[in-house]
Design a protein. Structure first.
Length: 104
C-alpha cells in the first residue's frame, strides 16, 4: 500500500481519490489504513487553507484519541489550528471533541 500511495501522490490529480479512499477506510473502521492515507494526503495538500487538509487533520485527531491523556493533549494541540477551516457541522463536532480532551 505504501508503494502505491507514494506513486499516486506524485500526480496531484490522485489526491482527491486518495482522500475518498481514506474516508471509506475510516467509515469501515480500517483505522490504520485510513490514518496512513490521511497523513499522506495532508502532507501532499498544496493549499494550506483547504477544507480537505482540515478534515484530514480532524480525522487524524479522532484516530489519535485514546486513554493516554498526554498523547490526547498533543493530538489536540496539533489539530487545533485547523478547526476553523472545517465546515460548520464538522467544526461543531471538532470543538466538542477538543473540549472533551482539554477537560479531561
Amino acid at each position: 500500500m505504501q508503494r502505491v500511495v507514494s506513486l499516486m501522490l506524485d500526480n496531484p490529480a490522485y489526491l482527491s481519490p486518495l482522500f475518498e479512499l481514506a474516508e471509506k477506510c475510516f467509515q469501515h473502521e480500517y483505522i490504520e489504513a485510513a490514518a496512513y492515507l490521511y497523513e499522506n494526503v495532508a502532507e501532499s495538500e498544496r493549499q494550506q487553507h483547504s477544507e480537505r487538509l482540515a478534515l484530514c487533520r480532524y480525522r487524524l485527531f479522532s484516530i489519535a484519541i485514546g486513554k493516554d491523556q498526554n498523547l490526547n493533549l498533543e493530538a489536540a494541540a496539533q489539530f487545533e489550528p485547523y478547526v476553523h477551516r472545517l465546515d460548520e457541522i464538522d467544526q461543531l463536532d471538532a470543538l466538542k471533541d477538543l473540549v472533551n480532551v482539554y477537560r479531561s
